[in-house]
Design a protein around this ligand. Sequence first.
Ligand SMILES: [Zn+2]
Length: 293
Amino acid sequence: MNKPSLADACLCSALTCDGAMGTQLIQRGMQIGECGMRWNDEQPDAIKSVHQAYRDAGCRLITTNSFGGTRSMLERHGLGAKTADWNRLAAKLAGEVVGPDGWVIGDVGPFGDFLEPLGDTTAAELEAIFREQISALVEGGADAILVETMSDPSELCVGVRAARAVTDLPVIATYAFQKSAGQFRTMMGTQVAEAITAAFDAGAAIVGANCGTDLSLADYVELAKEIVAAAGGRPTIMQPNAGAPHQINGEIRYDATPEEMAALTHTLRALGISIVGGCCGTSPAHLAAMSKA
Ligand SMILES: [Zn+2]
């Protein structure tokens, strides 16, 4: 295989990452609150159909169905013993769809608690948790590791270091920022420049933001400017939600249209974001419009 490295590829061409998995699985019959990792084992065709829909939409980075796939998260469902098997499987399923000019992005989300001193978990314990998941994703055929939706820079950096310890594959790292008093910060209060720098310093090859709390499309544009400035020419990524969420009859809805997300993609690219994808509320229709943009 002579695929260029992901970091090199995204410096010289526009790459589109995929969009939300959970909402797509719910459309395919998954119950809210169900363990999505279980679907790698029991509904592999459904997982592959979501990957295929994003691939058909023009996404070259296909993210494994392994958010919530750490032992600590699976243990909430009494399924911790499945950690290695289901992560390997998640990477294998994406690999069956991605094709020769795409990349399998091994997805790692938050471990579900706080590090010391807010929680009981030490950095060493957390690194072991992440290493177990990441090793299995690599064994299953991941081409890169994505440490995402992180609100604590310390947790993100432990995740990046865990990945660097078990593999030479590139590591992508993204924060979920929120806006408070007119400034973008992580939930822990860290500002963008400091958070982005910490992620690169920990060894991430590509750094940026995904998801976010109540961010509007205009907010993502402002956030992108700060990320690009902090990255100083290094590769960046942004996976916004389909606008800010609204509650309608107790249901969370994201209203941005594919056209609005395509316009946002155009702006993010013009600002220098290397990889654009989608998070909550985005669908293959959004990603098709975005990858065209
Ligand atoms: Zn999200």
